[in-house]
Ligand binder design. Structure first.
Ligand code: HEC
Length: 496
């Protein structure tokens, strides 16, 4: 069993190299079939009744070459995602090998000057024409997979139609050396179609899987939670976008996760674009980015969630959601009986700002009452409330929460971690005057939209902050005392 695995491991690189002979071998049958075809056309014009002695030899070698190309192709395709082109290329290629073997045999008989030769010569020549077309078509499909559709005709199509075609690779100059408008044009006509076709389903038009929105340049040209650049302008080799598109389909991290791999030509377009500075419209490509508030790196309205009052809060997060109905608002208002303030963020809003007033009496007991409105909470404040770590365990997931305040509570790392893992979309987190330690950075690192954390008067250390800042340069860690929203309300002690 063990040795079998070892052998399999040892063989696969050999098979891989074997597979890589494919692009080399395919030219042999192509060349030979076309040579035989040219010879036979010449003989037809010369009205020779039989097939040339060269033809069966050329076709025999072509058949051998086609068999070798099919064999290597089978293994070469391991690194290619399955696609329509691959399916037809593979099976037409194998069919062509069989046809060529039969044709070589038939052509050998057609060379004889005795009666039979002249009889079957027209058949051989017709099948030869069909084979040449077949082999040419197989080669074309193979070429499409490697170079992109219409690779050969692209320059002509471009010149005639004046516009680059979908899989254009010929416009490199536009990105590499051009002026800013040229680079923008390169993005719009070459890069954007690829992104729209293969990535936008999850990363565009307001969608942001993995908190990556390709609508917005600042989201693309940014670092991920581990500090790697998604797109590093000028450096495609160190851009996650390219790296993940190059992963084999089986890899869990491969992008796009489903469907065909990007074509080599499409990858080249993306590389070229990144190398030339990843120029794209600063805002959105589609005019919708302003609705994507809170995506990492996205332009965020100045006043988000600093508890400056409900009306000032930007509407980005809940854009597109229906407004709260009167009965929802009334139900939420009734929570006051449980000690919970739940008010709509503004007139006609679709989300609530929730707070539990400080002081004794209410606290953990009130939390269960939040469950029905959890999906509509956008601001959550436990500031000064009598909540505990145990109470946090009952909190449901709150996907719209932007702002979390637990300042001046008894919460420790345990409760904070539980709470933040249920408000993963939070942008602002206020930990002032809690017993939070450096341990909370673990959960903070998981918040893709995080912009600001207030850590004054906690046990968080300067080293912990430095370490977090190194990997999350986009997140502002407010160490000082002046915490908006806490000042003047018996907040933390104001220190130097
Ligand atoms: C079917 C949905 C889907 C499509 C289509 C898709 N992605 Fe993704 N992508 C995801 C998800 C989900 C994540 C987050 C999980 C992960 O990192 O694997 C992600 C993460 C990423 C990341 C890492 C982000 C980070 O912060 O680390 C990059 C880069 C990326 N995608 C690039 C692309 C590119 C380029 C395309 C188009 C060629 C693409 N994706 C198409 C779903 C998709």
């Amino acid at each position: 069993m063990h040795s079998a695995i070892v052998i399999a491991d040892a063989i696969s690189p050999v098979l891989e190299s074997f597979g890589r002979l494919h692009p080399l071998l395919v030219h042999l049958p192509l060349g030979l079939v076309f040579a035989a075809f040219a010879v036979e056309v010449t003989r037809l014009i010369q009205r020779r009744p039989t097939v040339s002695a060269f033809t069966p030899i050329a076709l025999g070698l072509a058949a051998l070459g086609a068999v070798a190309a099919s064999g290597t192709g089978w293994f070469f395709a391991e690194s290619e995602a399955s696609s329509d082109s691959l399916f037809w290329h593979r099976w037409l290629g194998i069919s062509a090998s069989i046809v060529l073997i039969a044709l070589a045999w038939l052509a050998a008989r057609a060379t004889r000057s005795s009666g039979e030769g002249a009889q079957i010569t027209p058949i051989v020549r017709s099948v030869l024409l069909a084979s040449a077309l077949l082999v040419g078509w197989v080669g074309h499909l193979g070429g499409d997979m490697v170079w992109g559709e219409n690779y050969v005709l692209q320059p002509i199509l471009k010149a005639w139609m004046g516009a680059p075609t979908k899989d254009d690779t010929g416009a490199k100059e536009g990105a590499g050396t051009g002026t800013e408008p040229d680079k923008l044009a390169y993005y719009t006509s070459n890069v954007l179609p690829i992104l729209q076709d293969r990535c936008y389903q999850c990363h565009g038009n307001g969608k942001h899987k993995g908190s990556l929105s390709m609508d917005v340049r600042s989201s693309l040209v940014s670092r991920d939670s581990r500090g790697s650049w998604i797109v590093q302008a000028g450096d495609p080799a160190h851009s996650l976008m390219i790296e993940r598109c190059m992963l084999p389909a089986e890899d869990d991290d491969a992008m796009p996760p489903k469907g065909d791999r990007l074509k080599a030509s499409q990858l080249e377009v993306l590389r070229t674009w990144i190398a030339a500075g990843a120029v794209m419209p600063a805002g959105s490509a589609t005019g919708e980015a302003s609705e994507v508030g809170g995506v990492r790196g996205a332009p965020v309205p100045a006043s988000t969630a600093e508890n400056r009052g409900p009306v000032k809060v930007a509407k980005g997060r809940s854009a597109g959601l229906p407004a709260l109905s009167d009965s929802q608002v009334a139900e939420a208002a009734a929570l006051r009986g449980n000690g919970i303030n739940a008010v709509p963020l503004s007139i006609g809003a679709s989300t609530f700002a929730v707070s539990i007033p400080g002081g004794k009496g209410v606290g953990d007991v009130a939390l269960a009452a939040l469950i029905p409105i959890a999906p509509q909470i956008e601001e959550l404040s436990f500031a000064r409330a009598a909540v505990s770590d145990a109470g946090m365990m009952q909190m449901p997931s709150m996907p719209l929460v932007r702002s979390v305040r637990v300042d001046n509570t008894a919460l420790t790392d345990v409760g904070i971690t539980v709470l933040l893992s249920r408000t993963l979309e939070a942008e602002t987190v206020n930990l002032v005057s809690t017993s939070a330690t450096d341990g909370v950075f673990m959960v903070l690192a998981k918040l893709p939209r995080l912009q600001r954390v207030y850590v004054f008067n906690t046990q968080i250390t300067a080293q912990g902050i430095d370490r977090f800042r190194a990997t999350h340069p986009g997140v502002e860690i407010v160490v000082g005392a002046a915490v908006p929203g806490t000042a003047g309300t018996a907040g933390p002690p104001v220190g130097p």
